[in-house]
Design a protein around this ligand. Structure first.
Ligand code: BGC
Length: 761
């Protein structure tokens, strides 16, 4: 891996060399070793602690010794925990609990610390202000992935992990990795991408950053949790091969790179079995095939019974939300009666302890009240937001705006107040809380959690700061006529459009709600220099696209999002984000007409559905492993904006692709007149003449004008393979590769011959 210094923060090229002419097994070992050592070489911010975690083998040996020393009562202490949010699920909090997602008691006699768990991937969650403190909000997961920058995700992980630790948490429920199978999924904003390589590499780095703080990170939600509708009961169908080559591969890569102490199993069912009770997912895939040594914790309220212990679940979380507390008395009774349970009980404890010791949680206790450098941490959030913004359209080079612009109309999106964020358990705010909260209705305990909330980083103020001499006027956009009048009087009109999303609720389509499409069309008709700034966690339909001068996708840009947006608009930042998810031309191009059950199931945020509801199936065999751009390629659909798409204020050319074995090299040149970063993408295009598109490598490269750089990267052999007969298999034959500006704009193909190979995980 190459690591280069960018202005300010480190930028990496994910490029790993693999020696040629080795057999596949050696190649896999070398690849893994390189990924790990290269990952460790990335510069970490000051927040990260210097010492690496203790080796897993040592940790396992210590864990085994501690299990031997445990009494029968002590063996069901680490196996279950409460939801530590009394407002949601009444409970008395133990003295050493930190209010947050969860708490698992420790065993002081054996110096085993309690586990104090907070959500989530974007920072230490706000839990409706319950702790009366604040944290730094990273941009949404989809935004982080738009940076295609593993080192930056590692830095973000180290930052949020340091804040978790400073508040006394030693487990961060981060690592949302589910592939974006449907862009209407309400949790798309929390996840990373639709591609297994991109998601796996990025989440692995985020997890490694978090765990550099002597705390445990999860990777979640394992697995195939592709929708929120009826999330606790929806039954997913997918073949083993398709699962291994898509969602499971993303988790596998993430686990290899990040080595998370814990995996959180998901709410959904798979082939009729709840994921947290799935022998296939937990025992066969995770523990047997991948040889992973950590512990599986359940999602909150996802445990159906004590038998889940036999099927691989190690810890029952948020136990008040389950039908019963299974992993205490019921588990110890089962262990007394049945040696299979007794063996599992020891293994469950050993796994939790292995994660505790490997992370050094016992020797480096997290203490609440540690001061946090919010200024430094805000800079990480700001840099992530800047690199995440995707320039989608820029007619007549209307962007960047001149700082001498005279009259600017800013319209809509509460741009005078803040930037939008996604809702649910991952919600993060600073100590002042949201700048604005808009109720989404409802009257249950979760209603406040799933309201629309804005961070205190108003784009309007940031725009004014960028162009102090300009006459900048704001209109809410509530009245189209008023917005149009303002736009007519301005040199440039910037419309902020928002599409809110939340955990627990999927979306009917990709449209902008509340008449925003009509607003944009009217403003664009009134002013040819209309720029649309999207704040969304999902892809957006753009019926007005052809009328606009420019469009940027700013996602949910986090704690300092307003500044990041203004910085891109005025060219202080050259946009470099690339889409980690396809923006479809229409929902008709998606594998399913609507999210399964969306039109027929009445669900709540909790995911509970009425007992008499008809069984709900989600058939992922429709697209199989061809998620997102791969589905479009298979069906011949053209996207509105394809996966990997992103413009810049400069231009780049990638050329000279050479593939040798599983090593690809090429060069990237900045052919424009200003410094900028691009993401070079290498795709498999076909195999033995049959179309088969897969992203097999990527590299974010920062270049001065006129500069060129050679990039070499390793192709993970699993991306060329099929999952067949319980292992990976590369058929002999010709493999065509191409460089791509995005998944649809591919350069000339380079064809190489590969010998047949087959291997086990
Ligand atoms: C979510 C998890 C979260 C947990 C604890 C669940 O509802 O699915 O992502 O970590 O709650 O808050």
């Amino acid at each position: 891996m190459r690591v280069e210094a960018d202005a300010g923060l480190p930028v990496s090229a994910f490029a790993v060399m693999i020696p040629r002419n080795k057999d596949m097994e050696t190649m896999m070992k070398v690849r893994n070793a390189l990924i790990c050592s290269a990952a460790a070489a990335i510069l970490l911010p000051q927040a990260a602690l210097a010492k690496p975690a203790a080796g897993t083998a040592d940790a396992e040996a210590r864990a085994a010794a501690t299990v031997k020393a445990m009494t029968a009562e002590e063996k069901t202490v680490l196996t279950h925990g409460i939801m530590a949010i009394p407002a949601f699920a009444p409970v008395a909090l133990p003295a050493d609990a930190v209010p947050g997602a969860g708490y698992v008691a420790g065993i002081p006699r054996l110096n085993v610390p309690s586990l104090r768990e907070s959500d989530a991937s974007l920072g230490v969650s706000w839990v409706m202000g319950m702790r009366k403190d604040g944290a730094t909000a990273l941009p949404a997961g989809v935004a982080m992935a738009a940076t295609w920058n593993p080192a930056l995700l590692r830095q973000g992980g180290a930052m949020i992990g340091s804040e978790a630790r400073a508040k006394g948490f030693n487990v961060l429920l981060a690592g949302g990795t589910n592939l974006m199978r449907d862009p209407r999924n309400g949790r798309t904003f929390e996840y990373l991408s639709e591609d297994p390589l991109l998601s796996g590499v990025l989440v692995g780095n985020a997890i490694a950053g978090i765990q550099s703080n002597h705390i445990i990170s999860t990777i979640k939600h394992f697995a195939l949790n592709g929708q929120e509708t009826a999330r606790k009961t929806v039954d997913v169908q997918i073949s083993d091969a398709a699962a291994r080559e898509s969602d499971l591969l993303a988790f596998q890569i993430g686990i290899e790179i990040g080595q998370p102490g814990s995996v959180m199993c998901s709410y959904n069912r798979l082939h009729g079995q709840q994921a947290c009770d799935s022998d296939y997912l937990l025992n066969t895939v995770l523990k047997r095939d991948w040889g992973w040594k950590g512990f599986v914790m359940s999602d909150w309220g996802a445990v159906p019974g004590v038998q889940a212990a036999l099927h691989g679940l190690d810890q029952q979380s948020g136990e008040q939300l389950d039908p019963a507390v299974f992993f205490t008395d019921k588990l110890s009774a089962a262990a007394k009666a049945d040696p299979a349970y007794a063996a599992r009980l020891d293994d469950m404890n050993k796994r939790v302890l292995t994660a505790i010791y490997a992370g050094g949680l016992d020797k480096n206790p997290a203490t609440p009240g540690t001061p946090i450098d919010f200024k430094a941490n805000g800079a990480v959030a700001l840099e992530t937001a800047k690199q995440a913004i995707v320039l989608l359209r820029n007619e007549r080079n209307v962007l960047p705006l001149a700082r001498t612009a005279k009259r600017i109309a800013v319209i809509g999106g509460y741009a005078d107040t803040g930037v939008l964020s996604g809702a649910g358990s991952s919600q993060v705010h600073d100590e002042k809380g949201p700048a604005l909260t808009i109720s989404n209705g409802g009257d249950g305990p979760f209603a406040a959690l799933i309201s629309q909330q804005y961070h205190r980083s108003p784009p309007l103020a940031a725009i004014k700061a960028m162009a102090p001499q300009a006459d900048v006027r704001f209109r809410t956009g509530n009245y189209v006529s008023e917005a149009v009048t303002q736009a007519k009087q301005a040199d440039v009109a910037i419309v902020f459009a928002t599409k809110w999303a939340t955990e627990g609720i999927d979306q009917p389509d990709l449209s902008l709600p509340n008449g925003q499409d009509a607003l944009i069309a009217a403003v664009a008709a009134a002013n040819p220099n209309t720029i649309v700034v999207l704040e969304s966690g999902n892809p957006v339909a753009m019926p007005w696209l052809g009328q606009t001068a420019a469009v940027i996708e700013a996602w949910y840009p986090g704690a300092r999002g307003g500044e990041a947006i203004a910085s891109v608009l005025f060219g202080e930042t050259n946009p470099s984000g690339h889409l980690p998810i396809t923006f479809p031309a229409s929902t008709g191009d998606l594998p399913r007409a609507s999210i399964d059950g969306f039109d027929t199931t009445e669900t709540s945020f909790s995911g509970d559905v009425p007992a008499n509801a008809a069984p709900l199936h989600a058939n992922y065999d429709i697209e199989g492993s061809d998620v997102g751009y791969r589905w479009n390629a298979r069906q011949g659909h053209k996207a509105l904006f394809p996966f990997g798409f992103g413009l810049s204020y400069t231009s780049f050319e990638s050329s000279g692709l050479k593939v040798s074995g599983t090593s690809a090299s090429f060069s990237v040149k900045n052919t424009g007149s200003r410094e900028g970063a691009t993401v070079a993408q290498v795709y498999l295009v076909s195999r033995n003449g049959q179309a088969k598109q897969r992203l097999v490598g990527f590299s974010r490269v920062n270049l001065a004008p006129g500069a060129a750089q050679k990039v070499t990267l390793a192709i993970d052999p699993r991306l060329l393979a099929d999952w067949k007969d319980g292992g990976w298999s590369i058929p002999a034959g010709s493999y065509a590769f191409a460089l791509g500006d995005n998944a649809e704009k591919l350069g000339p193909t380079v064809t190489v011959r590969m010998a047949a190979k087959a291997w086990k995980d």
